[in-house]
Design a protein around this ligand. Structure first.
Ligand code: C5P
Length: 201
């Protein structure tokens, strides 16, 4: 039997860490769907057509070292607004979600478009300033030189584009449980996510 957990939300709200931990704790496979758009965006930056890049994407492309950069993040959110790019990535995500033993998928449209039948849907948020601060500390710890203000501007631009696009915009599914991590440590956020999941199993 397949068991799917859909975790959506804006950038740097904590969904990546929560998803990884939840997958580990419940013994489920995990797919960070942002990587599909990042890998497509990276190809776009190299001059490839985004639709062709999405259609030709292979699992090993998700392992590229440069997918976490700010340039790739911006390119990802640009290609993610193209309906044909999104369409090219649907089957891979749905097949992953149905795998034996269950799966956790995190992204922007998992609960609304990719897996509307998911057994559990979480929508993870945090205030803009807190998200920007977390992402800024993460970037600086990896050696990047940037300011919290620049990171905040970047996140806001990306969220606005993700929320405004016509195809699969970022928004909570009607049956998603909201998890605001603004005042929570990452441990508390993971514990709360686990409670919600156990309650719906
Ligand atoms: O989650 P992450 O920040 O890696 O995603 C990068 C970009 O990919 C997002 O800003 C969004 O535009 C796009 N994305 C999407 N749908 C998903 C996952 C990511 O549109 N399911």
């Amino acid at each position: 039997m397949s068991f799917t957990i859909a975790i959506d939300g804006p950038a740097a709200a904590g969904k990546g860490t929560i998803s990884k931990e939840v997958a580990r704790i419940f013994g489920l496979a995990h797919l960070d769907t942002g990587l599909l758009y990042r890998a497509t965006g990276a190809r776009r930056l190299e001059g490839m057509s985004p639709i062709e890049a999405a259609e030709a994407l292979r699992p090993e492309d998700l392992e590229r070292e440069d997918l976490r950069s700010a340039d790739v993040a911006r390119a990802a959110s640009e290609v993610a607004a193209i309906p044909e790019v999104r369409a090219a990535l649907v089957d891979f995500q749905r097949a992953f979600a149905r795998r034996q033993g269950g799966a956790v998928l995190d992204g922007r449209d998992i609960g609304t478009v990719i897996c509307p039948e998911a057994e559990v849907k979480l929508y993870v948020t945090a205030s803009d300033n807190i998200r920007a601060n977390r992402r800024w500390r993460e970037l600086v710890s990896k050696g990047a030189t940037t300011s919290p203000e620049a990171v905040l501007a970047d996140l806001r631009e990306r969220d606005a584009r993700d929320q405004a696009r016509a195809t699969a915009p970022l928004r909570p599914a009607v049956d998603a449980v909201l998890l605001d991590t603004s005042e929570m440590s990452i441990e508390d956020a993971v514990a709360r996510a686990c409670e919600i999941i156990r309650a719906s199993r």
